[in-house]
Design a binder for this molecule. Structure first.
Ligand code: NAD
Ligand code: WQD
Length: 356
């Protein structure tokens, strides 16, 4: 039983990962400022895993602390309190950050502050408290417009927006840190492709603020009747049907990838691992729409419009290194993704605010 700190653990990927880690037997502390999440998510995680935490109270197994990763005093207290309680934090999974590409173009200072300064504060607190095991939420966005697809981890890092630059900068900082203290840091940079779907219970899922930027939540909201139709960004890409192709990964597969990464880091000598987490399969926008229509039984009307600035034609992972190093590969199909995404969207048409 390991004591883990999850920054941003109340968010989309963090909440699903909490569930998997609780089921594995780990004890969790979640530090989240709720700038993009609801405390209800973790109440539901607690219920799903047989605990009874509420937003205000904490259990031995799942503790929620509302705070900002840029607040060094708060971070220091989290580590010290855990140590004083006889359960020092052994590893951190660092989800907290801002992730909207368009917003990052408009507000680069905020993105660099939260994503880079926040990570620097966290790493300083970890170092000061002798906790040097970290899983970092990196992104396939680092590859920009990839030349070779499927994309191996050795592909050039060429981000094309401030969000991607901030993620690349954190990866560089992690390399510098690992090099400064040989044989001390155990780090996994996990480059997620397109995380989508929800827990099959339909109790937890993705709950974007305002109009979704990403395809999958937009399609879900059209199917449930919150929006009238989807705009498909470009029908003239050099792909199987002219629409953009992506590697959609079920969020439960992704959560299980984090469990595998933590197990690997804690079992092996100090190292810095960089791994793609994707399925290795590409699906077009139209294929996602059709799969969602099958799963939901609802129509998803769409119109093809101009390409979106900054999009690549095809982004698909080469996930073979994650299989080799973690023994992990995706288990769930696009149909599973749509079935579980629909379970969440149809039971929570307005997301967590339905229940607040
Ligand atoms: P999310 O927004 O649902 O979760 C992020 C969480 O971090 C939220 O709960 C938010 O309230 C919290 N947070 C933000 N700023 C904070 C701060 N300063 N202090 C404390 N908490 C803070 O996003 P997600 O989809 O779960 O993504 C998690 C991580 O994975 C992010 O770092 C993101 O960049 C990365 N990532 C996401 C995707 C994706 O498509 N969802 C793809 C690749 C990488
Ligand atoms: C997928 C496909 C669009 C919306 C983004 C970030 C990336 C990572 C994952 C964090 C593309 C098309 C979309 C719509 C559409 N996030 N589309 N209509 O752009 O691959 O990746 O999320 O790290 O950094 O850039 O995902 O879901 O926005 O787009 O036609 O309303 O759907 O053009 O082909 P993307 P997405």
């Amino acid at each position: 039983m390991t004591q883990l700190l999850l920054t941003g653990g109340a968010g989309f990927i963090g909440s699903h990962t909490c569930l998997v880690l609780l089921q594995e037997g780990h004890n969790l502390i979640v530090l989240d400022d709720h700038s993009n999440s609801s405390p209800v998510a973790l109440e539901r995680v607690a219920t799903l895993s047989g605990l009874s935490a509420s937003a205000e109270s904490s259990t031995e197994r799942l503790q929620l602390i509302q705070g900002d990763i840029r607040d060094s005093t708060c971070l220091g207290k989290v580590f010290i309190d855990a140590r004083n309680a006889g359960k020092p934090i052994e590893a951190v999974i660092h989800f907290a950050g801002l992730k909207a590409v368009g917003e990052s173009v408009r507000e680069p200072l905020r993105y660099w502050d939260v994503n880079l300064t926040g990570s620097r504060c966290l790493l300083a607190a970890m170092n000061a408290n002798d906790c040097r095991t970290l899983v970092f939420s990196s992104s396939a966005t680092l590859y920009g417009y990839p030349k070779d697809v499927p994309i191996p981890e050795t592909a050039p890092i060429k981000p094309i927006n401030p969000y991607g630059h901030s993620k690349a900068a954190v990866e560089q900082l992690l390399h510098d840190l690992a090099a400064s203290a040989p044989n001390q840091w155990r780090i996994a940079c996990l480059r997620y492709f397109n995380p989508v779907g929800a827990h099959p219970s339909g109790k937890i899922g993705e709950d974007p603020l305002g109009t979704p930027n990403n395809l999958f939540p937009f399609v879900s909201q059209v199917a449930v009747g919150r929006r009238t139709s989807l705009q498909v960004f470009g029908g003239d890409w050099p792909t199987k049907d002219g629409t953009g192709v992506r590697d959609y990964i079920h969020v439960m597969d992704l959560a299980e990838g984090h469990r595998a990464a933590i197990d690997c880091l804690l079992a092996e000598p100090a190292q810095l691992l960089t791994l793609n987490l994707g399925s290795g399969q590409g699906a077009s926008v139209v294929e996602v729409v059709r799969a969602f229509e099958r799963a939901s039984g609802c129509q998803v009307p769409y119109e093809v419009v101009a390409r979106r600035a900054g999009d690549a034609a095809i982004t698909v992972a080469d996930p073979s290194l994650a299989l080799q190093r973690l023994g992990w590969r995706t288990q769930r199909s696009l149909d599973d993704i749509c079935r579980d995404g629909w379970a969440w969207q149809s039971a929570n048409p307005s997301g967590y605010s339905d229940q607040q």
